[in-house]
Design a protein around this ligand. Structure first.
Ligand SMILES: Nc1ncnc2c1ncn2[C@@H]1O[C@H](COP(=O)(O)OP(=O)(O)OP(=O)(O)O)[C@@H](O)[C@H]1O
Length: 251
């Protein structure tokens, strides 16, 4: 459903994303991992059409993204990492705005009450977005990404700011959507969540893919028991404990 080929993004002479290739198929959750500045958000910005790639291609169901009519872009739902929403609207007004953008059917719109109840936002939906907490904004962004029932979800730190109940709920929701054939790409720093949820992972470092594939294959490749260890190994950070010893010796 999503195929990324040799995708690059340069800002002047700096290469933020460097010839990255991967696929997300129906019913698959793929984790996009990497340290700060690795290029995850830049990559997602290209995937949702916010940033034209410097080179490479993005295929949505075999069609070049640039050639996909905007109507068909409703194929995906996006949860951005940024907290930018239209502050002078209430949560419900914001969702109503999306209702028109996506030309939602009555049936789709009727689900909004259920989503708000599920994510504990019924009360808050009538208040201005400027009064929302970080987690409340994130929850509204999750609803906004689901309203039009996309077949592909692109999520940038979807659990950031969520409380434990909501974290568990959103993880369950993503598993249920996977069962229904939805493809999911999640960019995250949360390696435990990635280990828990993702079928495959892509590890980015300085814009390049340093490891990629099914979790189990990755753990076997690095001879480690969990994704945290694999992450440190793949990035050459396995000396972290020794570095800590050296610094803390003078503490
Ligand atoms: N508009 C821009 N102009 C110049 N450099 C940029 C621009 N946007 C991003 N960068 C740089 O590109 C690199 C990748 O940034 P990006 O935000 O994609 O990383 P990230 O993996 O999402 O990081 P984090 O985990 O910290 O959110 C960083 O070095 C960043 O400073």
């Amino acid at each position: 459903m999503l195929e990324v080929r040799q995708l690059s993004q340069r800002f002047g002479t700096f290469t933020a994303v460097d010839r990255v290739s991967f696929t997300v198929t129906a019913g698959q959750i793929v984790g996009l991992l990497g340290p700060n500045g690795a290029g995850k958000t830049t990559l997602l910005s290209m995937l949702v059409g916010l940033l034209p790639p410097t080179s490479g291609s993005i295929l949505l169901n075999g069609e070049e993204l640039q050639r996909v009519p905007s109507r068909k872009k409703a194929f995906f739902g996006f949860v951005p990492d940024s907290q930018d929403v239209v502050d002078h609207l209430t949560g419900l007004e914001y969702l109503q705005f999306l209702r028109h953008i996506y030309r939602l059917s009555e049936e789709q719109w009727n689900l909004v009450g259920d989503y708000l109840a599920l994510l504990r936002l019924e009360e808050k939906a009538h208040h201005l977005l400027e009064t929302y907490s970080h987690g409340q904004r994130k929850k509204l962004q999750v609803i906004a990404a689901l309203l039009h029932q996309p077949r592909l979800l692109l999520l940038d730190e979807p659990l950031s700011g969520l409380d434990p109940e909501m974290t568990i709920l959103v993880k369950r929701l993503l598993r249920r959507l996977r069962e229904r054939g939805v493809g999911v790409l999640i960019s995250t720093h949360d390696l435990l969540m990635a280990q828990d949820l993702c079928d495959e992972v892509i590890l980015l470092h300085q814009g390049q893919v340093v490891a990629q594939g099914a979790q189990q294959a990755l753990l076997e490749h690095y001879g480690v028991a969990n994704l945290e260890e694999a992450f440190l190994q793949a990035l050459g950070l396995a000396q972290q404990e020794k570095e800590l010893d050296r610094v803390l010796a003078r503490f």
